[in-house]
Design a protein around this ligand. Structure first.
Ligand SMILES: [Zn+2]
Length: 174
């Protein structure tokens, strides 16, 4: 809107002549057009993207530490069989990988971010399989839906992390 200098009426931006007093308003400065939204880039990603990103990275580290603790205490438990100890070693290694990815995410390491994307795609695939078998299982035993639900949640979480990694991608290339 512009204001007529003569009668102070509000006139549309495109007015050349005041519709009330017929004063020439073609020389009146027009309001600056509202700036178009900047091209989408991760630097102006929604505010919650980076906090979520760091929260998940932190979660990878915490759950990794828990896995190592679980693995080491399981492997060294008295009476643990060689097979159980081997399995616990595998759990510890998984924990180590989780911590490495978590730290890589915080440091915005491009290689580890890619590893994380693949890891999440793998999670989606495995969880999808779990979801299908959980649905099938729920027709047999009641608890099956819980298995399906937990797989659905891990699928959603993995898809969310892939989204976050894509959303924060170009920021790390700077
Ligand atoms: Zn006027």
């Amino acid at each position: 809107m512009i204001t007529c200098p003569q009668c102070q009426q509000q006139l549309p931006d495109w007015a050349k002549v005041c519709q009330f007093c017929h004063t020439d308003v073609s020389k009146i400065a027009r309001p600056v057009a509202i700036a178009k939204p900047k091209p989408k880039s991760s630097l102006d990603a929604p505010n919650w993207v980076w906090p979520s990103y760091y929260a998940i990275a932190g979660w990878y580290i915490i759950s990794g530490l828990l896995l190592i603790w679980q693995g080491v205490s399981g492997a060294t438990a008295t009476g643990a069989s060689a097979l159980a100890a081997g399995l616990m070693l595998f759990v510890s290694i998984t924990g180590g990988i989780s911590i490495t990815i978590g730290i890589g995410l915080i440091l915005k390491n491009p290689v580890l971010r890619k590893v994380c994307v693949w890891f999440n795609w793998l999670t989606i695939l495995v969880s999808f399989r779990g979801l299908v078998s959980g649905i099938f299982l729920s027709t047999l035993i009641g608890i099956g839906w819980l298995w399906a639900l937990s797989n659905l949640i891990s699928m959603i979480a993995a898809a969310f992390m892939i989204y976050l990694l894509a959303e924060t991608d170009s920021a790390t290339e700077l």
